[in-house]
Design a binder for this molecule. Structure first.
Ligand code: IPE
Ligand code: IPE
Ligand code: MG
Length: 253
């Protein structure tokens, strides 16, 4: 009979956080907020904040890989963000292509699998093609799953799921009597994924802004005033560390 020897782990060294522990969050979702304010404070145009925000994405994806997080979901562009000036929207929607042109090889070598959650229709062709290429190129990777939430809105997602579900019920592919939460989840963009364990929101606001309303039912929240372009690996690890100390009860005792 073999006996598992506990892994020696110095809790006080930052390096220790990189080793998988039982209570490492499997799925972390991030509302990357504060790009515009970061730029404003420096007298720069908002686009400069979005560009700087991409550098933070690179750092945090690498940190998540090191921490052995399984899924990282990044809120990149919401359905409601179409209310912004066209120039800003165009700039944001060009960033996935720019980001992937530079970093896709690194993501591939880190065994990252890219996925998109959101309404891919109505996105510019250059955005759709760039992410589709990345999805196809990384489909066999089994390391970190990086979900890019693009043109994502949770209420839209739920409504879209309901419509597809009703179609399946009408076509007798699904039984209304047997319908349960697990089956409903299968109609969401996040089908097959476990719910986020930890939600991080940067930029100081304490709200969900229509992000993953169904999936965050029992998620732990961690808010920081740090603006997304200033957010570092250190803060990311702080959030993970605090998560590890939380006691999740899921309604139990
Ligand atoms: C988050 O930063 C990025 C997107 C919403 C695309 P913001 O652009 O919302 O930045 P603030 O909140 O105005 O500072
Ligand atoms: C949420 O940030 C959306 C993204 C980070 C992509 P917003 O800046 O759009 O949120 P609100 O408008 O302050 O709620
Ligand atoms: Mg904002």
């Amino acid at each position: 009979m073999s006996m598992k020897i506990p892994f020696f782990n110095n809790k006080h060294s930052e390096e220790s956080l990189y080793y998988p522990e039982d209570n490492t969050p499997n799925h972390i979702a991030i509302i990357m907020d504060g790009n515009g304010r970061w730029a404003g404070k420096r007298g720069m145009v908002r686009a400069a904040g979005h560009k700087e925000g991409v550098s933070t994405v690179v750092k945090i994806v690498n940190a998540a890989v090191k921490c052995k997080v399984k899924v990282l979901t990044l809120y990149t562009f919401s359905k409601e963000n179409w209310k912004r000036p066209k120039t800003e929207i165009d700039f944001i929607l060009r960033l996935p292509k720019e980001f992937l042109q530079i970093y896709l090889p690194e993501l591939i070598s880190n065994n990252v699998r890219i996925e998109v959650i959101g309404d891919m229709e109505n996105l510019p062709t250059y955005t759709r093609e760039a992410v589709q290429y990345a999805i196809d190129r990384t489909v066999d990777n089994d390391g970190l799953q990086m979900n890019i939430a693009l043109n994502y809105g949770s209420r839209h997602e739920i409504l879209h799921a309901m419509k597809e579900m009703i179609t399946d019920i009408n076509n007798a592919k699904l039984s209304l009597d047997e319908l349960d939460e697990r089956q409903f989840s299968g109609y969401l963009y996040t089908a097959g994924m476990k719910d986020p364990d930890l939600l991080i929101r940067t930029g100081g606001e304490k709200r969900l802004s229509n992000f993953l309303l169904w999936q965050l039912a029992y998620t732990e929240f961690w808010f920081t005033d740090v603006l997304w372009p200033d957010f570092t690996e250190k803060e990311f690890l702080l959030a993970v560390e605090e998560y590890r100390k939380r006691k999740r009860r899921f309604g139990g005792i």
